[in-house]
Write a new protein. Structure first.
Length: 23
């Protein structure tokens, strides 16, 4: 995996966790 792909995946995970915390 490229570094950009890892960063995009990490951003997506962070967004998902943030959404869950709002609940």
């Amino acid at each position: 995996m490229s570094r950009e792909t890892l960063q995009e995946s990490l951003s997506a995970v962070m967004d998902n966790e943030a959404d869950e915390l709002e609940l």
